[in-house]
Ligand binder design. Structure first.
Ligand code: MG
Length: 270
């Protein structure tokens, strides 16, 4: 089904509310990076990815890997909304014996890889994309990375091999919110010029506003940008997007709102 931009915008609003509710109830979670990646996830899952929630292991499905595995709440909310898991299961998030742990695992239908130990997702994606080429299947592989995560050396090994193997069925996305747990990326471990770095590794690079669903659709629908080259999308976002007192604050990387803050957040996201 092809969903229009308005539908996706409404969905993004819903998902934001679910993210905050899950974190507040569990008293645990990564609120800043989850809120920054909502539009990316929503555009992929409700418009771009070729998937079938009733058949999560369908060999021709597109693959999505959440390499920034800590930003898991929006991911779970979407998997539940689409029917990969039951909605009620969201209530178990981060509870004892729940499948819905603070980082995703393949025990959950629809999850392609265990992630959260940063820097691994792109290598897994390279393997899946290469397998697709070898098997002559036309699926695509999408890997969402954090910008802080770009400091992991293994990302660049994966980047090098993806262009070596001409994996134009691979799309890397960087959630470029300019913050990581310890502060601004440019003071913790400077990344710029990030676009030039990826280009030097043989990728086609495009920069978008990661909250603009129209722009995201346009770029996703036009990958690969260059035949025989992997695509890297730098999605400029705001950490904590949607909540005035959380936006652009590194301390909200992993912080649980108080009762009063929770009420304020829900008001802002209404
Ligand atoms: Mg970040």
């Amino acid at each position: 089904m092809e969903r229009d931009v308005e539908y996706l915008k409404d969905k993004a609003k819903d998902i934001r509310r679910t993210i905050v509710r899950m974190i507040y109830q569990a008293k645990s979670g990564h609120i800043g990076g989850s809120l920054s990646s909502v539009e990316i996830l929503v555009t992929l899952y409700y418009r771009i990815l070729r998937i079938d929630p009733k058949n999560p292991d369908w060999p021709d499905r597109d693959r999505f890997i959440l390499s920034k595995g800590h930003s898991v709440e929006g991911y779970y909310a979407i998997l539940a909304d689409l029917g990969f898991i039951d909605r009620e299961e969201l209530e178990t998030y981060c509870k004892f014996n729940s499948r819905l742990t603070g980082h995703p695992t393949v025990k959950i239908p629809g999850v392609e890889a265990n992630t959260g130990s940063l820097g691994h997702g792109l290598s897994i994606g390279v393997g899946m994309a290469l397998a697709g080429k070898v098997d002559n299947r036309d699926y695509k592989v999408y890997v969402l990375m954090g910008d802080g995560e770009q400091a992991e050396g293994s990302i660049w090994e994966a980047g090098m091999s993806a262009s070596h193997y001409r994996l134009d069925n691979l799309v890397g996305i960087v959630d470029r919110n300019r913050l990581q747990i310890g502060g601004p990326t440019e003071s913790v471990m400077s990344l710029e010029d990030l676009s030039d770095k990826w280009k030097a590794f043989g990728w086609s690079v495009i920069e978008v506003n990661g909250h603009d669903i129209k722009e995201l659709i346009n770029v996703f629908e036009n990958t690969p940008i260059t035949r025989n080259k992997p695509t890297l999308i730098i999605a400029h976002t705001i950490k904590g997007r949607g909540v005035s007192f959380i936006e652009n604050k590194a301390e909200w990387h992993h912080k649980v709102p108080t009762e009063e803050e929770f009420a304020r957040i829900m008001e802002e996201l209404a």
